[in-house]
Design a protein around this ligand. Structure first.
Ligand SMILES: [Zn+2]
Length: 213
């Protein structure tokens, strides 16, 4: 018997703590998308959503919350896999013809770009990504995902196929009322530098990654 598909996402007027400011077309190297700007109603935080295709509550849709990484997304840093993950996600959405990425401007797991560079300096001395933050007296992960999830909800989504290895992001989506029908793992071929970083994320931050050995 076929399992009945429910679209139980709470459509009752859930008060959202974000607000859509504008939407525009954005043609890119990886396909034609729309870009939406959002602002938080509870802080100064701003968000960007990149999406493609019709957003329908009853259609399971590819989504990703991507956390800003200036060094990886813009400069092509080999210390992490953020840039390739972002672009691979855009390729996947282009191929599927439908999907959304929320770009969360919380650099360096929320510590900001200057602290991130301070942490990189400590990593040059041998600390791993978690130890470096601890040595700087900074939380390992300051990010909050609730409003990112609300943006997906506001775009008109309910059932989502989440491209993520981060269990905290998955939980936030569910808590915001979205229904996760699938987790799509994403793993790009890591450089040697990024591999150490990813191992630390797996061992210390519970990321769902697989390694050859
Ligand atoms: Zn990165």
């Amino acid at each position: 018997m076929k399992e009945q598909v429910t679209t139980a996402c709470d459509e009752a007027e859930r008060p959202l703590s974000i607000e859509r400011v504008a939407v525009a077309h954005l043609p890119t190297e990886w396909g034609d998308f729309k870009i939406a700007g959002y602002r938080s109603l509870t802080s100064n935080e701003e968000f960007v959503a990149l999406f493609k295709g019709e957003m329908r509550r009853e259609v399971p849709t590819l989504v990703r919350i991507h956390s800003q990484c200036l060094t990886g997304d813009v400069f092509g840093s080999n210390k992490c896999d953020c840039g390739p993950q972002l672009h691979q996600t855009m390729r996947m959405i282009e191929l599927e013809g439908r999907g959304a990425i929320v770009y969360q401007q919380q650099e360096g797991r929320g510590i900001g770009i200057l602290n991130k560079i301070r942490a990189y300096a400590l990593q040059d001395e041998g600390a791993d990504t978690v130890e470096a933050n601890e040595q700087l007296g900074l939380a390992v992960d300051l990010r909050e995902y609730k409003q990112c999830a609300e943006i997906l909800f506001d775009l008109g989504l309910c059932q989502v196929k989440v491209i993520s290895n981060n269990p905290l992001k998955l939980r936030a989506l569910e808590e915001a009322g979205l229904r996760i029908v699938e987790r799509v793992s994403i793993q790009v071929e890591p450089t040697e530098n990024a591999e150490n970083y990813l191992r630390t994320k797996k061992q210390k931050l519970g990321h769902l990654l697989e390694f050859e050995n």
